[in-house]
Design a binder for this molecule. Structure first.
Ligand code: KG4
Ligand code: ZN
Length: 351
């Protein structure tokens, strides 16, 4: 089985062809990602209209490139998968309509993929992990703890009540004058900073429900920076190190609460899987590694190129769904909001 995957929900225009190996494993035949970071850098964040236009300009070329690298034609495919949400609606429409058009022209099944499910299933593409597992999804748009019980079957255990963790990294970077996206910059500065100079809060600490909150921490960093301004290079490094130390503590403590909730509501997890762009952070991953050793669990962190947005995860989700007979109609509408857990409670007015 070979599936083309298309991803355009945020600021990456991406396409990939993935094949299903004989042993049930995934084989990535091509994985082309065009990042729009340069287009958005001046604004310190993703501008939806700029993103949508950049996807329109690039999508045909990126799909052609992924097909050429995989050395397949549309006829050779068993399906076309495109991310249909959640995300910035203009971008989602570009990728989804492209996917539908190819499916219609080539007479192949179409799969409308939930972008969050694609992040959730990446560990099965890379490591063939069996359900159920605990997923910590940490990106610029999401911070959630989910129990993955099967394809299309997720239980959301906890979520952020305000900002996503990647957003907190990006906002702290912006207030300290660092480049966008902020995560990698903050991590780099933190390497030479003092993590104990500032005592920043650890919001939600000790709560049984594994929810997250970052806005109080972000404000604490801003107030500390304003208090000691103008900032020297050492001040910036110390602020980054102290902020990242707080984030690491929050991630470990909240994930531990998530494990407790998982054991209570689902049973024993096969692994802790970390996905999303923030999973590229080395300090967070090392701390989570210690947590899994202490809990007797396997930790799976997909390689950075598959943690950030990409087409391979969309293609793989297409394969997982197609082999269960879960194709979608060409009338499938794009979904700016699309929670993985249909029974999810509202948090901060959001699903
Ligand atoms: O998953 P992703 O590529 O895009 C979505 O948001 O869907 O995640 C991007 C986020 C950005 O907020 C970025 O600052 C953050 O991931 N990020 C990091 C690191 N690398 C990327 N955050 C902390 N440390 C990093 N090394
Ligand atoms: Zn993502």
């Amino acid at each position: 089985m070979r599936v083309l995957g298309i991803e355009t929900t945020c600021d990456e225009t991406a396409a990939s062809v993935v094949a299903l190996g004989r042993g049930g494993n995934g084989e990535i035949l091509s994985n082309v990602v065009l990042s729009q970071i340069a287009e958005h850098a001046d604004f310190g964040g993703v501008v939806p209209e700029i993103a949508a236009r950049a996807h329109v300009a690039a999508i045909d070329r990126i799909v052609a490139c992924a097909m050429a690298e995989a050395d397949v034609s549309f006829r050779d495919l068993d399906g076309i998968a495109a991310a249909a949400g959640p995300g910035l609606i203009g971008g989602v429409m570009v990728g989804m309509v492209t996917g539908k058009a190819i499916a219609l022209a080539a007479k192949k099944p179409f799969v409308a993929v939930n972008h969050l499910e694609a992040h959730a299933l990446t560990a099965r593409l890379t490591d063939g992990i069996a359900f159920p597992y605990l997923l910590l999804l940490v990106s610029g748009g999401h911070t959630q703890l989910l129990a993955a019980r099967g394809v299309g079957d997720y239980l959301r255990l906890g979520t952020t009540i305000d900002d996503a963790v990647g957003e907190a990294f990006d906002k702290v970077a912006k207030m300290l004058g660092l480049a966008y996206p902020g995560g990698p910059q903050v991590e780099k500065e933190a390497l030479r900073g003092d993590p104990q100079r500032f005592a920043f809060p650890r919001p939600m600490h000790g709560r049984e429900i594994p929810d997250f909150s970052f806005s109080g921490l972000k404000t604490a960093v801003r107030l500390a920076a304003e208090r000691i301004a103008p900032l020297s290079g050492t001040d910036i490094a110390d602020l980054c190190a102290s902020f990242q130390a707080a984030i690491v503590d929050i991630m470990v403590e909240r994930t531990r609460a998530g494990l407790g909730a998982f054991r209570q509501q689902v049973g024993a997890p096969n692994a802790l899987v970390v996905a999303g762009g923030v999973a590229a952070n080395d300090s967070i991953c090392r701390a989570l590694h210690r947590l899994t050793i202490e809990s007797g669990l396997r930790l799976i962190t997909p390689p950075p190129a598959l943690c950030t947005d990409n087409g391979a995860m969309i293609a793989w989700t297409g394969i997982e769904r197609l082999r269960l007979g879960m194709a979608d109609g060409l009338d499938f509408a794009a979904r700016p909001r699309w929670p993985l857990d249909k029974n999810t409670r509202l948090v901060g007015g959001k699903a």
